[in-house]
Design a protein around this ligand. Structure first.
Ligand code: GLN
Length: 303
């Protein structure tokens, strides 16, 4: 199997695809991203970095940031975090409010927006928001071994201006005592973490901390890594998580910027990006490309 050839074929197939989904329209800055772009990058356990397509173009990582903030929060709080957020798939949209009301302000999992707001809120305890963002950037830069990773302030401001739904989630959880800081501060920090930009090559490298094996940086205890991967498999694609597990068979975390970070445990960290989304808010071509990559490599964890 020649991995570079597989990636080139996938990129060519995606370039020929007409139906690319729709870019996220509810965050104005993301609505202007060119939908014709596609990239894939693979960092392998034996230390290679292969890519195809627009793999050096930075994209908004959005909810992929939730996998990194979860790692940071587990590092700070350990299992205490699980008193405030669950570990079950939600079966609902990423920004759903209804379930939160029925379940008394405890979000189903750390990857839906409500859960990610709790995770960010936990990082803010006894610290100011700029320290939390600095810690996140330090973590990403160290994981990717690249200092050129930044927050796009325009994207953050765009979401701040339109983030009524996230503010509603935070305020609702504050009413239940599950947001401990000023909800506006928690949302501000969350909007900025989502506005980090990375290219596929940077993201594939950054994801190595979840890959295990010898080549990635050791930033997590193996038991913690397994837990994050289990949540990525069951909750990483919101109400399409079952479908992604069914078709791809690998833990992944998607974002409305059109990126997906996928881990083949012990083998590879994979980043794929195309801005057009499907109805569940996951990258349409990214999902398709991952189905092809999993089929061609046999990397499914169920293989
Ligand atoms: N910043 C986005 C939001 O809160 C993240 C959502 C996502 O990527 N699924 O709506």
């Amino acid at each position: 199997m020649d991995l570079q050839e597989i990636l080139d074929r996938i990129a060519a197939d995606m370039a020929a695809t007409q139906d690319r989904g729709r870019v996220a329209g509810y965050i104005p800055e993301l609505a202007c991203v060119d939908p014709t772009q596609f990239a894939i990058a693979v960092a392998t356990a034996d230390g290679q970095l292969l890519s195809a397509g627009d793999a050096d173009v930075p994209f908004s990582i959005q909810s992929i940031s939730k996998a990194f903030t979860l790692a940071l929060a587990l590092g700070r709080l350990g299992d205490q975090l699980w008193h405030r957020v669950g570990r079950e798939p939600s079966g609902n949209a990423f920004n759903s409010i209804t379930q939160l009301e029925r379940e008394a302000g405890i979000p189903r999992n750390p990857f839906i927006n409500a859960g990610a707001l709790v995770v960010t809120d936990s990082l803010l305890e006894a610290r100011v928001r700029s320290e939390v963002l600095a810690e996140l950037l330090r973590f990403l830069r160290h994981a990717a071994d690249d200092d050129d990773i930044h927050i796009n302030k325009r994207v953050a401001a765009s979401e701040e201006a339109t983030g009524h739904r996230n503010r509603a989630l935070a305020e609702f959880m504050a009413a239940h005592g599950n947001i401990h800081n000023d909800p506006a501060q928690t949302c501000w920090t969350y909007f900025h973490q989502c506005a980090v930009e990375m290219s596929c090559r940077q993201m594939a490298l950054a994801g190595r901390f979840l890959m295990g094996g010898a080549s990635g940086p050791t930033m997590l205890a193996p038991a913690r890594m397994q837990r994050i991967l289990a949540l990525m498999l069951t909750c990483g694609h919101y109400d399409a998580s079952g479908d992604f597990a069914f078709h791809v068979g690998l833990p992944g975390k998607s974002g409305v910027g059109g990126g997906i970070l996928v881990i083949a445990p012990g083998r590879a960290s994979i980043a794929v990006w195309s801005p057009g989304l499907n109805a569940n808010g996951n990258s349409q071509l990214g999902t398709r490309a991952m189905m092809q990559l999993a089929a061609k490599t046999g990397w499914s964890v169920f293989q």
